[in-house]
Design a protein around this ligand. Structure first.
Ligand SMILES: C[S@@+](CC[C@H](N)C(=O)[O-])C[C@H]1O[C@@H](n2cnc3c(N)ncnc32)[C@H](O)[C@@H]1O
Length: 191
């Protein structure tokens, strides 16, 4: 899985600005902003940041962004961006500070033990913090997403499964999920 993203890292950000993906990304960014309600000065941890599509935008809005990914090549693309980066698997990341929000977008479907990521996110959040996740829709759209990632295992899960992972790890779903063409955006609160 790491090799898959390592290979794509140098062109990842540029590709997400082109064609159909650009439109999908724009809609997903709007859904994520709606859920996160970013405000300058807030701290946010992005788990599985890739080339920083969301981290860069949140940084530009004045948030203090920390970004984690298991791909060194992805993190290299963030050099000089002003974003603090950590090379780590999401399941193992131990933060040294607490965050107002955690964002995990387009990552959980590549993780076999996705509940472990919820557990790590929980330990990274201050009381009453927010966790926002973006996951692919299951069904036909999910199948197409899976076919687009043939060289990398994709774990398609029902929305209810993610809600269960969150609940098990001490979160409550705080808003009705938003659905885009390809994905769902879920917002949880830590208690
Ligand atoms: C589809 S990309 C999404 C990147 C970014 N969130 C975005 O939306 O542009 C998935 C990213 O998750 C990272 N990733 C996958 N599994 C991971 C894991 N277990 N721990 C940390 N990062 C992981 C990959 O290296 C890749 O950069």
């Amino acid at each position: 899985m790491i090799e898959y993203f390592e290979k794509r890292a140098p062109s990842y950000e540029a590709r997400s600005q082109r064609g159909l993906w650009r439109h999908v990304r724009q809609r997903e960014w709007e859904a994520i902003q709606h859920a996160l309600r970013p405000q300058a000065g807030q701290s946010v941890l992005e788990i599985g940041c890739g080339a920083g599509f969301y981290s860069r935008r949140l940084h530009a809005l004045g948030l203090k962004v920390t970004a984690v990914d298991s791909s060194p090549a992805m993190l290299t693309t963030l050099a000089g961006s002003g974003i603090t980066t950590h090379l780590s698997r999401a399941e193992d990341f131990t933060p040294s500070t607490l965050f107002d929000s955690v964002l995990c977008a387009g990552v959980l479907e590549f993780v076999s033990d996705a509940e472990a990521v919820f557990a790590r996110a929980r330990t990274a959040l201050r009381a009453d913090g927010r966790l926002v996740i973006l996951v692919p829709r299951d069904g036909l759209v999910g199948r197409m997403y899976e076919l687009a990632h043939t060289s990398c295992p994709v774990y398609l899960r029902a929305l209810s499964q993610y809600v269960e992972f969150g609940t098990n790890q001490g979160f409550t779903l705080s808003e009705r999920p938003q659905t885009t063409w390809l994905s769902h955006v879920l917002k949880f609160h830590s208690l």
